[in-house]
Design a protein around this ligand. Structure first.
Ligand code: G6P
Ligand code: MG
Length: 217
């Protein structure tokens, strides 16, 4: 049966995860507290709204709805300014090789990201047109670890969930893949992503033979 692949964006295709962290950290600092890299792991894969709720919770802050909306806008503007000028050279090492392999072998792939900035980011990386489907933060109502984003991607690819492979760098995303009944490949630290079916530090550690194995029967 036909297999398909679903890629998370931030921290998998491009190293925007550090810019999300810096922008959230600035927001916290402006409110008078700090967030750690360890806390940031819990924000990876999590929607903008839920991230801000979590951060305010850590800082013990409660704010009005207006202030909340304002902070979301400020954070996104800060984030966008940090990633402006991104181009093809910002694709994480090894990613291009895997996309090329999938394209050449007619294995369809989709994006499955919580980000509302995903489409413009894929365009600036010059890989937007290569995706068979794109599912991002504008298309889902339930955030990871809910499997919705990956299930919609599987529908759009017209490939059964159990035949989909997910690449994820976040704890929430690996859990979402599991709940969607998909094979999960963790990209990052082994101690963080231990629930994943396979874990690699980054795409340069993945042999094409491995990709071949997981996308064929
Ligand atoms: C991804 C990232 C999160 C980010 C979320 C929303 O899941 O891992 O760090 O907060 O997307 O992104 P957005 O670009 O819509 O603020
Ligand atoms: Mg991610």
């Amino acid at each position: 049966e036909q297999r398909g692949v679903i890629f998370d964006l931030d921290g998998v295709i491009v190293d925007t995860a550090k810019f999300h962290f810096l922008a959230w950290r600035k927001l916290a600092n402006d409110l008078g507290f700090d967030i750690t890299l360890e806390q940031n792991e819990q924000l990876k894969g999590v929607s903008r709204i839920h991230s801000l709720e979590q951060i305010l919770n850590w800082g013990g802050k409660s704010i009005s709805k207006e202030e909340f909306d304002r902070l979301m806008i400020t954070k996104n503007e800060d984030y966008l300014s940090r990633i402006s000028g991104m181009s093809e050279k910002d694709l994480l090492p090894g990613v291009k090789k895997v996309l090329d392999y999938l394209t050449e072998n007619n294995i369809p792939y989709s994006l499955g990201s919580a980000s509302k900035n995903a489409r413009p980011i894929l365009k600036s990386l010059n890989i937007y047109d290569r995706f068979e489907a794109i599912v991002d933060g504008n298309d889902v109502s339930k955030a990871k670890p809910d499997p919705e984003v990956f299930l919609i991607a599987s529908e759009k690819l017209k490939i059964k969930p159990e035949n989909c492979v997910v690449f994820e760098d976040s704890v929430a995303g690996v859990e979402a893949a599991k709940r969607a009944n998909m094979l999960s490949i963790g990209i990052g630290q082994e101690d963080v992503l231990r629930e994943a079916d396979h874990i690699f530090a980054d795409f340069t550690q993945i042999e094409l033979e491995f990709i071949e194995k997981i996308v064929t029967n």
